[in-house]
Design a protein around this ligand. Sequence first.
Ligand SMILES: [Zn+2]
Length: 201
Amino acid sequence: MNYYGGYVNRLIDEFAKLPGIGAKSAARLAFYVIHQPPERANALAAAISEAKNNIRFCSVCCNLTDSDPCFVCAGAKRDHGTILVVETPQDMAAYEKTGEYHGAYHVLHGAISPMNGVSPKDLRIKELLARLNEENINELIFATNPTAEGEATAMYLGRLIKPLGIPVKITRIAHGVPVGADIEYVDSVTLGKALFFRREF
Ligand SMILES: [Zn+2]
């Protein structure tokens, strides 16, 4: 469509590439930005490029962070012998919000999903295995989503790690988190309980 000119169309096209944004929403966002004062639009552009340029992966837990190691891995009061394995940084934030967990994390950045073309090599599994070999880990808690993909990922990790003979207790978060739920959106009480009542995996 050439109704608006190249720059407008380019902006609409970029918004339309974002997840969950259809053509209508993309146009609405583009026109919203265009109608903003220059400093607001520039602040948005700067926030995007500075986030992209400055955020990196924690070299320990693979969380997204401004400084390496991240605040959890650098935390002196954390129990670094317990690792909660989560799918995304948002899930990690959800567990932090419960206030029930004081250990470390490992962020996989996804879950195994053959339908979406996500295989184990796309996840931060190699980094997790390295930690098991190099750090003194007492317990590994699989806290992936209670979805088909999350369960498949926990199962895969269990089958991968158990035969290695590393003396580590492996647990899976308990039910309490509704089946099919997205951990990011589960309330803190439910999530805290699920963590507390975790079972041997
Ligand atoms: Zn970290």
